[in-house]
Design a protein around this ligand. Structure first.
Ligand code: SF4
Length: 188
C-alpha cells in the first residue's frame, strides 16, 4: 500500500467505498502537523466540516481549539482526523460497515503521523478505534496503551457543548495528556 500523503489524499478524494460518498459535499481527510506527537480522532464530519473540507471547524471545533490552546498547543502542533471522512446524513453516527470501509485511511494516517498520544473524542471513536463499546463516561480519563501509543478517551466537544458540567472532567483528561506528552518527551 502506498502511504505517501499525496497518495492518501488522492485516495480519500476519489473514494466511493461506502454510501457516505453519496451525500457528501467533499471528503474531510484531516489536517495538522504531519509528524505530530499528539493526534485527535473524532467520529465524522458535520455540516460545517462537509462544506469546508476541514475537520472540527464548527462550534465543536472552536471549543476543541480552546482546549488545545489551554494545554499550550495549537492546531499546527497536532493532527486532527475522524473515523469516517465523509459526513453521515443528519450527523447520525457512522454505521459499522461505513467505519470498516473507512478505517484503512485512518490506519494510513497513523503510519504517516506516528503519534505518541491519541485523544479519542467520544464514544464512537472509542468504539471503532479501541473496539470498546462501553459508555464514554466509563472510558474517559483512563489511559489505554497499544503498540507504544497512548490513547486517552474523553468526551466529544459537542457533548461538552450540550452539557457544560462535563467540562471539568474533560479538562482533567487534557491535563493528563499534557503531562503524558511531557513525560514522553523526557521533560519530566
Ligand atoms: Fe470512502 Fe470513508 Fe467516504 Fe466512505 S466515508 S466514501 S470509506 S472516504
Amino acid at each position: 500500500m502506498n502511504t505517501s500523503w499525496a497518495q492518501l489524499l488522492n485516495d480519500i478524494g476519489a473514494c466511493t467505498s461506502c454510501r457516505l460518498c453519496e451525500k457528501r459535499t467533499q471528503p474531510v481527510p484531516g489536517e495538522g502537523r504531519p509528524d505530530a506527537a499528539l493526534m485527535f480522532i473524532g467520529e465524522g464530519p458535520g455540516r460545517d466540516e462537509d462544506l469546508q473540507g476541514r475537520p472540527f471547524v464548527g462550534a465543536s471545533g472552536q471549543l476543541l481549539d480552546r482546549m488545545i490552546h489551554a494545554i499550550g498547543m495549537d492546531r499546527t502542533d497536532v493532527y486532527i482526523a475522524n473515523v469516517v471522512k465523509c459526513r453521515p446524513p443528519l450527523n447520525r453516527n457512522p454505521e459499522p460497515d461505513e467505519a470498516a470501509a473507512c478505517l484503512p485511511f485512518l490506519r494510513r494516517q497513523f503510519v504517516l503521523v506516528r503519534p505518541k498520544v491519541i485523544v479519542l473524542l467520544g464514544k464512537v471513536a472509542c468504539r471503532y478505534v479501541l473496539n470498546d463499546e462501553r459508555p464514554i463516561s466509563l472510558l474517559r480519563g483512563s489511559w489505554v496503551q497499544k503498540k507504544n501509543v497512548w490513547f486517552m478517551p474523553t468526551y466529544h466537544p459537542s457533548a461538552l457543548l450540550r452539557d457544560p458540567s462535563k467540562k471539568r472532567e474533560a479538562w482533567e483528561d487534557f491535563k493528563a495528556v499534557r503531562q503524558k506528552l511531557k513525560e514522553l518527551s523526557g521533560d519530566e
